[in-house]
Design a protein around this ligand. Structure first.
Ligand SMILES: C[S@@+](CC[C@H](N)C(=O)[O-])C[C@H]1O[C@@H](n2cnc3c(N)ncnc32)[C@H](O)[C@@H]1O
Length: 342
């Protein structure tokens, strides 16, 4: 067997993929980055082909997303394929269409983790950025009733909800949620991003995350895309900042990639540079976009260039790309850059 190829700042093969299953969705969340106009589904045959290819070469996890994943016609079949191939099949849901029978079928299909999306502990707070508060709570209740052990909550931090974080921790505790994931706000489908928590809110959020990590049963995670927060959280007088290496930030093209609804490969759900390759390995080795992304730290723009946390951070590349039109290491919306001395 040929030795795996090495790529600069990237694993030899992605360990994680996200699949855009559908662009159908009954919700219209104010924050949403998806284009939901066309109502298409990912071809099931293509999804399985990519899954088999991935499983054979080291793919560990597939995150199924949408649109609304529960509207994908073959959602249970796809989860069964994941389980059969030994790939962890995670699913993000709003809670729409979920009842007792759906929960049972998801579990029977071998789902790994179920991520329920919720951006606030009250309907009012959630509604600033998401629809479907009732759907999400109903899903959490049913998953708790079913004793499902791997329920997670996706919480996207915005200026309107980050002060609600500790209430979210309490809510997750009440519903027996295993993981609460703090996600970075990315540009909306209209390429707007004006809801990022400010510097003061970010400092408070970090304090609250630390408190919850110490005192709550709920595991608190921060997604890689939220690299400024991870870098700020990772500061320590004793051991230095551990937010380094391939996983320190944006993992597009480094450890993960995506399959879009048309069956094409993209670096991630946010960076829509679709390319047609038959296999993951070909795309991983030959894509010019991935090559550009892997070398992106060579010439950072401001504020990242002079940020004291610059070497511990690789912020979501889609922010700059979608707002300023440039693919480069640079996040003009970063609240952390303003509070870290150079
Ligand atoms: C696009 S949704 C699709 C799956 C499902 N319909 C749901 O609501 O969870 C997947 C995740 O992306 C998050 N999301 C949507 N728009 C976002 C944005 N602009 N920034 C960050 N996360 C966003 C959602 O809150 C959700 O957790």
């Amino acid at each position: 067997m040929a030795a795996p190829r090495e790529f600069r700042d990237a694993l030899p093969f992605p360990v994680q993929m996200s699949f855009e299953l559908t662009t159908k969705c009954p919700l219209r969340c104010p924050q949403c980055y998806c284009s939901l106009e066309h109502g298409e589904d990912l071809d099931f045959g293509r999804a399985v082909e990519v899954l088999k290819d991935g499983a054979e070469h080291g793919l560990l996890t597939v995150n199924l997303s949408g649109g609304e994943t529960m509207l994908y016609p073959r959602i249970y079949d796809l989860l069964e394929e994941c389980a059969k191939l030994g790939v962890s099949g995670n699913i993000a849901i709003s809670g729409y269409g979920v009842d007792k029978a759906v929960v049972r079928r998801l579990i029977e299909a071998g789902v790994n983790a179920i991520f329920v999306s919720l951006n606030g502990s009250t309907e009012e707070i959630n509604a600033h950025t998401r629809d479907g508060y009732g759907y999400a709570l109903n899903a959490l209740e049913l998953l708790q009733e079913a004793d499902f052990p791997r329920t997670a909550v996706n919480f996207v931090a915005h200026d309107a909800n980050c002060d609600d974080f500790l209430n979210m921790v309490d809510l997750c505790d009440r519903y027996g949620v295993s993981h609460l994931v703090v996600m970075a706000a990315k540009p909306t489908s209209k390429h707007e991003l004006d809801t990022v928590p400010d510097a003061e809110q970010t400092v408070r959020l970090v304090k609250d995350i630390k408190q919850a990590q110490l005192h709550s049963k709920v595991n608190i995670g921060v997604e890689n895309c939220y690299s400024p927060l991870k870098a700020w959280l990772g500061r320590s007088f004793l051991f230095g900042n551990a937010n380094t290496g391939i996983q320190k930030g944006c993992s597009a093209g480094r450890s993960m990639m995506s399959l879009d609804v048309n069956g094409d490969f993209t670096p991630c759900r946010q960076l829509m540079f679709p390319e047609k390759f038959k296999t993951i390995g070909e795309y991983w080795a030959r894509s010019e976009t991935l090559n550009e992304i892997r070398n992106i730290e060579d010439s950072p723009g401001q504020p990242c260039k002079d940020c004291g946390l610059g070497r511990y951070c690789l912020s979501c590349l889609a922010v700059n790309y979608k707002i300023e039109g440039k693919l480069m290491k640079c996040n003009t919306r970063c609240p952390v850059a303003g509070i870290v001395p150079a």
